[in-house]
Design a protein around this ligand. Structure first.
Ligand code: FPP
Length: 241
């Protein structure tokens, strides 16, 4: 769903390349994640400033637990301190949401997430969505499980299960589908990110930039590329018929 000013309504970003950014500088990987977290904060503010409605970022996947413990710990520590900074988002009119299985995190982190969501729930600017312990397949399986439970309990009839109802059982219930998916760093994969929600998204792969170097101008480039594409949703272009 594109808006009238040509901006996509919902942008998804796979923040890739932190490790390589650090390696090129002879730094430990955790320094790459720290630089990546800073880049993310800058992009979130900028997205709000230009009037973007939804921005979802892949912060931590269900597969990321397989990384060495000190690297996982460093990402969790960044998340913890960022959650404290989020109190300021209310002033900036940014609404924060988290998608994924948050129960895997320590109780204090879960409480901070709930607080950030509660504090910002009336904001009318950007909705900033952080995917944490998130996996697209896990999300779809969870939705199917919850639908089966509701059907078993007699709350819904199996005949009522269509795409629209299914969407309401995803973490992203009520959030429009992704229009533009951006992945920097030269990997050309979706990596289990928003599988359902990107069905008709435009993909912009930016091989020349690693996530910590991603700047507002880089987002502008991706938005310009998006505007240059014609979206058909399986139909024909206007004028082709
Ligand atoms: C990919 O880079 C990035 C991640 C797995 C995690 C993303 C995390 C951050 C941007 C930092 C935390 C952010 C917040 C908002 C708290 P990679 O490590 O896969 O890079 P590589 O492919 O070069 O090794």
């Amino acid at each position: 769903m594109a808006t009238q000013n040509g901006l996509p309504t919902h942008v998804g970003i796979i923040m890739d390349g932190n490790g390589r950014w650090a390696k090129r500088r002879g730094l430990p990987r955790k320094m790459g994640h720290r630089a990546g977290a800073n880049a993310f904060k800058t992009i979130a503010r900028y997205a709000n400033k230009i009037g973007l409605r939804y921005l979802t970022a892949y912060v931590f996947s269900t597969e990321n637990w397989k990384r060495p413990k000190d690297e996982v710990d460093s990402i969790v520590a960044l998340l913890r301190s960022y959650l404290d900074e989020m109190d300021g988002y209310r002033k900036e009119n940014i609404r924060v949401l988290f998608i994924g299985d948050r129960t895997a995190f320590d109780a204090d982190i879960q409480a901070k997430m709930a607080r950030a969501e509660e504090n910002s729930k009336n904001a009318t600017g950007l909705t900033l969505i952080l995917a944490i312990n998130y996996g697209g397949r896990a999300e779809i399986a969870r939705a199917a499980r919850r639908i089966a439970e509701d059907a078993k309990a007699g709350k819904i009839s199996p005949d009522a299960v269509d795409e629209s109802l299914f969407s309401q059982y995803l973490y992203t219930a009520g959030i429009p589908d992704v229009d533009l998916l951006i992945r920097p760093s030269g990997e050309y994969r979706l990596s289990n990110f928003l599988l359902w929600q990107t069905a008709y998204a435009e993909y912009v792969f930016m091989s020349g930039v690693l996530w910590p170097d991603f700047k507002p101008e880089t987002l502008d480039e991706a938005l310009a590329e998006y505007r240059s594409r014609s979206r058909r949703f399986g139909g024909l272009d206007d004028g082709d018929s």
